[in-house]
Write a protein that binds this ligand. Structure first.
Ligand code: ZN
Length: 518
């Protein structure tokens, strides 16, 4: 067999396990948007079988045969084949050491755990979630031992979501963020007592109006509904089946319409990334974003850098008022902008403002790091959680449902995922810094020229899909990898400006029970 025949067979092989992967994706989408609860056990069985099938193919002797046959040709291969080999090699050597049977048991456990977590959160009953959480953590710890690690054991899991990320790098990053955020928050706290002008955010907005707002936002930023759709779920997220089928969800709260407003912008950021990859990688294993950190940089760019800017509110105001009607006629664009940027320590991560968000991630990061560095007693976790919230944010939940149980991630085994959110924020600020050299970003937003921004992002980031590694992408684009300074500067500039001009920063926040993980 000649080399081009081997390449063809290798690609056909990747198509086969990618098809299984997409079927699993569809299960996951379906479970989130309304599959009947009574089917949980049946679906767990199918998901377990299909996951084991995909896993077996990716760590099979046949895969090893392709790697051995093609790797000697290294540089002479085209860039698409090279990138596919890199991804397959990485997976093969990371997971080959995990027995298929254990992976199957673990995969079956997760859909059950999600149902247990959901009930535990509803009933504020951590003790009912603790045993299954304990099993998930012990599986993950075992997998880390099988897979091996350099430095801290948690590094292996961090690397799954952001290749190359380590505890050593994140400790430096988070320490720097703490140095910047804590004094800024203190300054903001000193503004307590100023007039509260943002209570209008809790005015009732019926769901049909919120749907119209979501439609306006999707059209504004360029989410292509011919190759995408918006549905409703308890926890907003994005699910993609390659560039030509990208689905997002939101959740409408009648007394807090900005919640859906910003979740739609956030998910549109993820979706626009997925929809704008180059055609030559469509429906291959490269037809997906490169890492969770880079993915979050795109969602945060649309949600925060664009969506929480004053320029955006100036642009969107008229269109929004046409939908909201007389109920908001007393509210100016500037007031919406201020309401979207209230900064205050709070309990719920997904409701956190841009400034305090990083502190929520630090709480999870510190606990996960601890879980994987030695033995642990899962029953002690709520106490550890509450103590860290007090230490970093100065607030403590009265109930675990507003504390350690608030996020879905641990029930699906996503340890190492949380830091991606903070990394994404930092990357987004780095990307903004570079984008400003080429285009007048604020003017584009103010004038509604979102096409120009999207085309820049497509040219520099989106089109590559998984062709490049995150560090290659960031180095080529920004001249460096993760650097906390741009985000530190962005937060300092933004919140100094909001604070100095408005002072409307200390407000009670509505308590909304919701979660999302994308
Ligand atoms: Zn996200």
């Amino acid at each position: 067999m000649n080399i081009s025949q081997t390449v063809e067979r290798f690609k056909a092989y990747t198509d086969r396990f990618n098809a299984i992967h997409q079927a699993l994706n569809l299960f996951s989408w379906d479970m989130a948007v309304g599959a009947p609860k009574g089917g949980t056990e049946s679906r767990a069985k199918y998901v377990g079988i299909l996951s084991a099938e995909e896993f077996s193919m990716r760590v099979s002797d046949e895969m090893k045969g392709f790697l051995d046959a093609l790797e000697p040709y290294g540089e002479s291969l085209d860039e698409i084949t090279k990138a596919m080999l890199r991804i397959c090699r990485r997976y093969y050597y990371a997971y080959k050491k995990i027995p298929v049977e254990e992976m199957r048991e673990y995969s079956e456990l997760l859909p059950r755990a999600e149902a247990v977590w959901e009930k535990a959160r509803e009933e504020n009953d951590f003790a009912s979630f603790a045993p299954i959480l304990d099993r998930i953590i012990r599986y993950q710890k075992k997998f880390v031992e099988y897979r091996g690690y350099e430095g801290h054991p948690y590094n292996t899991l961090l690397d799954d979501y952001e290749p190359g990320m380590t505890v050593e790098k994140l400790d430096v990053f988070f320490n720097r963020m703490k140095e910047v955020i804590v004094p800024l928050l203190k300054r903001i706290a000193a503004s307590d007592g100023r007039q509260d002008k943002t209570g209008f955010v809790n005015r009732l907005v019926p769901v049909d109006k919120q749907r119209a707002v979501a439609g306006l936002l999707m059209k504004t930023v360029g989410f292509d509904l011919n190759r995408g759709m918006l549905k409703e779920s308890a926890h907003p997220f994005t699910n993609d089946f390659g560039k030509n089928d990208v689905r997002i969800t939101t959740h409408y709260h009648e007394n807090a319409f900005l919640s859906s407003f910003y979740s739609v912008l956030h998910e549109c950021g993820h979706a626009i990334y997925e929809q704008n990859k180059m055609d030559t990688i469509a429906d291959t294993i490269l037809d997906t974003g490169i890492s969770m950190g880079v993915h979050e940089s795109q969602s945060r760019f649309y949600e925060n850098i664009i969506g929480r800017s004053e320029a955006f509110w100036e642009y969107i105001y008229n269109g929004l008022m046409e939908i909201l009607g007389d109920d908001f006629k007393d509210v100016s664009a500037r007031q919406f902008y201020e309401a979207a940027n209230v900064a205050k320590p709070s309990l719920i991560r997904i409701e956190a403002d841009e400034l305090t968000y990083c502190l929520h991630i630090m709480v999870r990061y510190e606990i996960e790091k601890q879980l994987f560095s030695g033995d642990f007693d899962v029953n002690e976790l709520p106490g550890v959680w509450n103590a860290k919230m007090r230490e970093y944010l100065g607030v403590e939940p009265a109930a675990d449902s507003a504390g350690i149980l608030q996020d879905i991630h641990w029930s699906d085994g996503s340890f190492g995922y949380f830091p991606s959110y903070a990394i994404g924020n930092a990357y987004a600020a780095q990307i903004l810094h570079v984008m400003r050299r080429d285009i007048p970003v604020e003017n584009c937003v103010r004038n509604g020229d979102f096409k120009r921004i999207q085309e820049w992002l497509t040219e520099k980031i989106h089109r590559f899909g998984s062709l490049k590694t995150p560090s290659e992408l960031m180095e080529e684009l920004c001249g460096e990898t993760l650097n906390a300074e741009y985000y530190a500067e962005y937060l300092t500039e933004k919140f100094s400006a909001v604070y100095n001009r408005s002072g409307v920063l200390i407000l009670p926040r509505p308590h909304i029970r919701q979660n999302y993980f994308c």
